[in-house]
Structures are given as C-alpha cells and as structure tokens.
Design a protein around this ligand. Sequence first.
Ligand SMILES: *Cc1c(COP(=O)(O)O)cnc(C)c1O
Length: 703
Amino acid sequence: VSPSAPAPASTDGTADIHAAGAALAERLPGPLQALGHAAYDLRWSWQQGGEDAFRRLDPDRWAAAGRNPVRFLRDLPPDVLERGAAGAPVRTAPGPTEPAALDTRVAFFCAEFALHAALRLYSGGLGVLAGDICKEASDLGVPLLAVGLLYRQGFFQQRLDVWGRQHEYWVPLDTASLPLVRVRDADGDALVVTLELRGRTVAAAVWRTDVGRVPLYLLDTDLPDNHPIDRWITARLYVSDRSTRLAQYGVLGIGGMRALRAMGLEPDVVHLNEGHAALAPLEMTRAGQRDVPFSAALRAAGERTVFTTHTPVPAGNETYKPEEVRSVLGDYPAQLGLEPEAFLDLGRARRRRSEPFGMTVLGLRASGWANGVSARHGAVARRMWKGLYGVPAARVPIRHVTNGVHLPTWLRPPLRELLDGYLGAGWTARAAEPDTWAAVERIPDAELWAVRCRLRADLVTYVRDRSVRDRLGRGEPDAYVAAAADSFDPGVLTLGFARRVATYKRLRLLTLDPPRALAMLEGARPVQLLVAGKAHPADEEAKGVLQHLFGLKNAPHVANRVAFLEDYDLDMAAVLTGGCDIWVNLPRPPLEASGTSGMKSALNGGLNLSVLDGWWPEAYDGENGWALPGDVDEGDPAQQDARDAAAFYALMENEIVPLYYERDAAGLPSRWLRRVRRALQTVGPAFAATRMVTTYRDEGYRL
Ligand SMILES: *Cc1c(COP(=O)(O)O)cnc(C)c1O
C-alpha cells in the first residue's frame, strides 16, 4: 500500500487504517511518508531495522514517546523531520502490509493481547501468547484475524511503597496517539454493534490495529449513548466486579461475532484462546440456527470452533451462579431458543443444578477441537475435565499444543546478529527445523560469551536505572538508593524471577531460608537476583509475598544484590529474559500450564532452573539447564515447599555457582557455554512460535 494508492473500498477497517496512515504521512516530508503508514502496523516492532527506521530520526524523542511511532511522528518538530528526510535512507524500512486473502478466515478471540508496551491490553502470559500467535500467523501467512476488547484504562500499573505494599493505578489509553482507528461502516459512520446486557441495550464501537497481515479488532463500550455503568464494561482488564466481568465476556463473545458479521467477515474457524470468549460459538449457533434444532446448530458451530484451555488453577476457570448469568445475559437463552436451565447446563460439566456456569466448560462443550498448552498440561486437563465427557481421562478429546514464543520479538539484537552470522540467510523462516540450529556448535566460545556478557551488561544498566528511580520514588533511605546506582555487577551470576505474583508460582521459596539465601548473595562467588511481577489487585496472599520479600531488604548485601523492579511489562520482560544467566521457575506442580518466559530466556542463551512442570519436562534433557522434581505432592504444602527450596539451594551451591565461575585457560566458562549452546539448539526449534502456529493451522484449523 503506497501512500498514493486509492483506498480499497471495504467495511473491515482497511480503508480506515489507510486513511489514518495517510493523514500521518501527510505531515511528513516525502522521503519519510512511508513511515506514516508503517506506524499503523505493528510489524515494525519485530522487523529487523524496523525500530531503527523511527528511532534514528531522534533517539531521545523516540524513547520519550514510549517507542510508539504514531505519537512520535505526530509530535516531531519540522526541523527534525527535515533533517531526517535529508539523512541516509534507512537500510531496512518497515515493509508494507499486503492485504491477506479474505476467503478462509480464522477468527482468534482472546481477552488480552500483548503487542506493545504502550498498548496495555494485557496482563501476562496469556496476552503475550496471543500477541505472539498473531505475529507468527502474519509471518506465516495464516489467514487470521483477531478479536479482543479495548480496555480504556488497560491493565493496572504497579507501584510498591517502602513496606513492599503494592499500589495499583490506571492510566487511560490515549487512543488518538496509538496505532488504533475506529472502523467505519459503508456509509462512513462509525460502526457500532449492540447487544442486551443487564437489561439494557449496550453499544460497542469497533477499533482496529494491524499486526502485520493480521487485523486485530477491539470492542469498546465507552460510548456516550451507553448507560454510565455500561460505559465501564470495557474500562479495565480483569476487573474484580463479577457482573462487569461477565458483561465483558458478553461483549467479547457475542459482540465480537456481531462485529465480524457487520464487517462482512464470516470466519470459517473460531479459535477461543481461553474461556473468556466462550459465548462466541453460541452466537454462531444463533446466527446459523434458522430451521435446525439448537443441538444440531451447536454441533455445526462446534465443528468450526477450536478451544485452548490455559490453566488448571481454579481462579482461571471462572464460574458464575445462575442468578449472575440471568442478570447479565437476560433473555439471551431465549434468543437461542433455550429454556434458562438448558442454557445453564451448557456451562455445567455434569449438568447438575448445583453446579455453577463455567466459561471453560462452555468453551469445551461448544468446540470440536480442544487443547492444553503443554504435554503435561494436556494430561492434567484430560483428568480435570473427564466428568464433562463422561469417559476415562485417556479418552478425553483434549490434546496439547505446547506454547511457543515469537522468535523475531524475543531474540535480543546482539544474539540475533550472532546467529545471523552462523545460521545462514533467512534462518528464522526455518527456525522450527532442528538442523537450522546445528551451526550453533560452530560459534566460538569467545564470541558466544561476549554476546552473553553484552546482554548482562545491558541488563545491569537497565536495572541500575530502574531501581534508582523505583527506590527514589518510594522514598527509600539514601544508602539504599545509592546501592542501586552502582552495585549491580555485570560480571556476577544473575538470576531472574519475573512473572505474575500468584501463590502457585511460589516466589516465596526464594526467601524460605534467609540465611542460606544471604550466604549465596555475599559468597566469594556471588549471585545477584532480579525479581519482578504484579499481584492481582484482589490477591491479598500474593501481595503478602511481596511484602515478605521487602522485609529482607535491610539484611547485608540485599540492597546491592537484589532488586525488585516495579511494573513488569513487555519491554522489561525482553531485557530480563535476554540478560539473566539463570531463569528461575518454581511453580507448585502441576499448576503451571506451560510458562513461556523460560523459552525466551533459553533463546537468548539463558539457562533454566525450573521445576519439571509446564513446558520444561518437554524441553529439559539434562544438559540444557537444571530441573527440580515436578511430582505432585498431595501432602503438606509447607513440607513440599521446604523440600523444593532446599533442592533449589543445593543445585545453586553445588552445581550452578561453581560452573558459572569456572574458567578455562582462555579465561572463558567453556563448560557453562556448552550448556548455553545446548539450550539454544534444543529450545530454539521446539519452542519457537512457528512450530505452535503451524500445528494450530494444520491440526486445529485444518486449513
Ligand atoms: C512472557 C511473559 C509472561 C509469561 O511468563 P510465564 O510466567 O513464564 O508464563 C508474562 N508477562 C510478560 C510481560 C511476558 O513477557
């Protein structure tokens, strides 16, 4: 799409994106106009050289604009633009987006999408996975479109106070300076879809952003004509209020399907990424019902529906009481031709009146193809849901597609450049083939170590900067602030533990034995530890874990060897998973469905030290990291925690610390680097998103 091409006539937002790009391009000098269009397609963010095309115009303003190209270009003063236009042409300009074929379409529904730190429409792993799937589908040319919600205040941002108490705050998204456009209908009016919720007609606008070839449609109820209570439906991701939450799922599933229909996009396959969107197949059923009975129409919709379950943790499999369902969804069952109880039964595993209405049960029941997100999680899900299918676990039709991560997003540039030099041109397109990674063997120790040291040094710079700001912001004592400024050491073995602070992730294990932990920090061969993560605002137990961690900050060496980094997000995840030497994961088995941050770490030459849960049993081969037992212990959780913490410290003391500090005649940790190579070669091909998305394409979508 060149700036002068006529806008295609469409009602799917293509013309609207084009017009927004053209309007931005218009204020740029000729040589830079392509950037105006590129700004409205997130593809720049994972293309090599994509970010540089913007940043080179003014690196400071680029950072100040939060690396958001729409805001950046809009606010650049004329003299900077002229200098940029006169400067050397960018080597790799972000490419145009070809419209994807519109004949077969997969509609991918999810409550959250993590695509850019400024677009705070995500909370954690589920959103990152959804974002990575969109990007990979774009790279592979899988005809996917995505549907989600535009949370006007996004997800909360985190601050901690001096006592380690978490405070949440929300910052409204500035839609005008993000790569977002309102979709217009054929008459040029802003498209609005409606549905009945809580006894009122709720209108939802449809926004679009482009993820390469994948358009992402986002519904938004913050419209002046809506009741004030309904304007709040899409205010915040994962609100605690149950009625608002269920209303969100109505907007996502029912409203999302109606929006697609209004845009003339009838999907052939609907992929429900977790239960939040499980009402979508019912809406397909309603639309396709005409002269067929409900059950036959549901079966037909199910043949087009793929469902992915993401967690065995009960809080992640939401259920609602019958009166909650009635009060939010009103007469929707009648619109499906169902009695209220028959509708509720769709969300009950055993169709018992005592059972609540479960979103996961509904999703499983309404889909013809279902999966968990690792081999182990598949088995856990089969046991967990066997009551729904009425067959032994082994015959439950839930398979697994192990998660993966989008390589161009998560590979840090220094490692990417190193691999480009050894793995051959265009290697990322062959990333799912083990042979592609064989050449990692040929990378000399010195080069590999230099890149690992560079990534760690970048991380240390980042940590010093962030933790000085965090500590000053909290009003910490001077000495504690000063310790952040110059103490983290680019040569010291660096551990990372960054993930949602949920009880089952067991951050607590790290501080279960304070004397042993402190000895590790201050030893002759020291260790430094970086921790980050948000606790759900309503999760008091998890918040207590953060406070407990903070309680240790006055112990010797903690100030200069341990940092808690506030407000974990996509950008921080990239720096941490890139630079840490050891990526720690200590979930209580079998509650980690997959986990993906460890994959990001391994792809950058980090080594995982993880409980054998989620993805790790599939990846761990004895030489590419370290493992803690993953057996399910039905006994006392406190005893299990004590045992696992002891095993963690024993591995650190006996194997990991000595190996990291062991140097050969050339001054290099050659035995450590052998493991790094092994991690790249094993995790690279098996856990790149290419493998995951081709599996969904071939087996789930059957394209
Ligand atoms: C990758 C990622 C996650 C997922 O981490 P796991 O705990 O390993 O599942 C969560 N949040 C962010 C910001 C991420 O980038």
